[in-house]
Design a protein around this ligand. Structure first.
Ligand code: HEC
Ligand code: HEC
Ligand code: HEC
Length: 126
């Protein structure tokens, strides 16, 4: 963490800070504990897309998402039951689960974790 801040400070001097900021902000989260094993492409969760629409506490407190990649045991059954992604992707707050490919959009082989840094860098839907 400290190193990162030092780096940001240095890059700011050279006018490169926006690149660094984009790296942190636009990263997508790959969720692939179960998807590929069950014949679906990995899920790309666009964190930034959601972060600009909802306050952090909506998901990380009220909806109970742990703030660590891969730490939530999200399954399709739970989503259909209205948990996790399904708390919003239910056809009311956001489009519903029938749009499989919008979530299962990752390239085969991606591992659970933070993926890519900017719009053109990742395999995501950006
Ligand atoms: C709103 C996003 C979203 C949509 C839409 C969606 N899924 Fe998923 N799905 C997930 C997530 C998140 C996981 C868990 C990913 C992981 O860690 O492997 C998952 C997991 C799965 C799994 C793995 C087995 C399991 O029980 O979890 C299958 C199979 C699956 N989805 C099928 C589908 C099908 C078929 C559709 C369309 C009818 C669909 N999904 C639509 C987000 C979505
Ligand atoms: C719409 C729901 C949602 C909102 C809003 C949201 N997050 Fe997240 N966040 C998630 C999900 C889902 C993950 C991935 C969890 C996983 O992999 O199991 C995640 C992961 C994270 C992580 C771990 C990955 C990383 O990038 O280091 C951090 C930290 C985090 N969120 C912080 C925040 C902060 C700070 C905000 C507000 C500015 C925020 N989140 C808003 C759903 C959300
Ligand atoms: C707090 C509510 C909320 C939660 C929780 C949530 N989403 Fe979303 N999501 C939205 C809304 C609202 C949109 C925008 C819908 C629209 O454009 O009509 C969206 C859009 C998306 C998009 C499309 C992004 C784009 O570029 O158009 C994807 C993919 C997605 N969500 C995946 C997920 C996955 C996977 C999860 C669970 C890990 C999740 N969402 C959890 C509210 C949520």
């Amino acid at each position: 963490m400290i190193h990162r801040f030092v780096l940001v400070a240095l890059l700011t001097l050279f006018g490169l800070a926006p690149l660094t900021a984009a790296h942190a902000e636009y990263a997508d989260v790959v969720l692939n504990r179960y998807a590929e094993k069950n014949g679906m492409r990995p899920v790309i969760y666009p964190h930034w897309f959601h972060r600009i629409r909802f306050r952090c506490k909506v998901c990380h407190f009220e909806l109970g998402f742990e703030m660590r990649v891969g730490s939530n045991d999200i399954t399709m059954g739970k989503i259909i039951d209205g948990q996790y992604c399904g708390m919003c992707h239910n056809g009311e707050i956001a489009w519903s689960v029938e749009h499989c490919d919008r979530c299962h959009s990752g390239l085969p082989g991606l591992k659970t974790g933070i993926q890519g840094g900017h719009k053109t860098g990742g395999p995501g839907i950006w």
